[in-house]
Design a binder for this molecule. Sequence first.
Ligand code: AMP
Ligand code: MN
Ligand code: MN
Ligand code: MN
Length: 274
Amino acid sequence: MIDLHAHSTHSDGSLTPRELIDFARSQGLTALALTDHDITSGLEEASNQADISGIRFVPGVELEINTDQGEFHLLGLDLKGNRHPLEEKLVEVRDHRARRNERIIRKMQADGLSVTEADIVALTQGQVISRLHFASYLVNIGRAVSINDAFSRWLGQGMPYFDPKKAFDLAEAVGLIHAAGGKAVIAHPFSLGLSWERLTDMLATWQKAGLDGIEAWHSDYALEDCLKLAEFGREKGFGLTAGSDFHGQSWPSRRLGHSAGGIEIKDELLDWFI
Ligand code: AMP
Ligand code: MN
Ligand code: MN
Ligand code: MN
């Protein structure tokens, strides 16, 4: 059993990289990819621990991509080369997010709320601040009745506290992943919410832009849909991966080493990028 999509405390998971590797080993995994959101700072610790534990470590990252179709996630897997250009760009993306957080706080303050950055940080448990934390804050002070309500009325596009976000464009992200010796794999492709025709069109377009693989199996989706996606991917010459998108206790329903339909992820999915 392996897993090609997992998070640590360096983004929004609940286990440190070392704990994650130890947990993977205790669950009987033979290989694990760490794919934190927009950050690679956990890779070294995980890699060292994997050497000690004797499991194969796949250094990875999960990047946020902006396109005309909306936002999606791209996995960079097996980043065994020069990560320097990628990491420089990631610093920019994180700086931009920090400045955006300040702007959102100023918009809320201008609207009469007495919020400070510390109030939001207090809700993060060490994670990167995202709109989800602003939404929690608005629920806590009674400005919204639910997270969804906070997005609909305050934080969603076109709403009073909305502020656009800078993320990677696909070609740039693919270039940086390839420069780092990795494979570019679209994560949980159904999250784009596109029709099957539109999705397969987009995948074909992105393949021309260098996309190498498809995460065909992901915890959030029905096995039947994943099998259809895998068949499409195989036909078109994409590499296929599967992941649990494990986050630890922050998301208890996701089980390490298991993906769509609760099925164990087979070692052979590693073969195409070795
Ligand atoms: P950000 O990256 O700061 O734009 O925030 C993205 C976070 O907000 C992610 O965790 C999303 O899952 C969450 N999010 C975005 N839109 C919604 C929504 N309408 N309802 C609930 N959560 C949302
Ligand atoms: Mn996450
Ligand atoms: Mn994702
Ligand atoms: Mn993820």
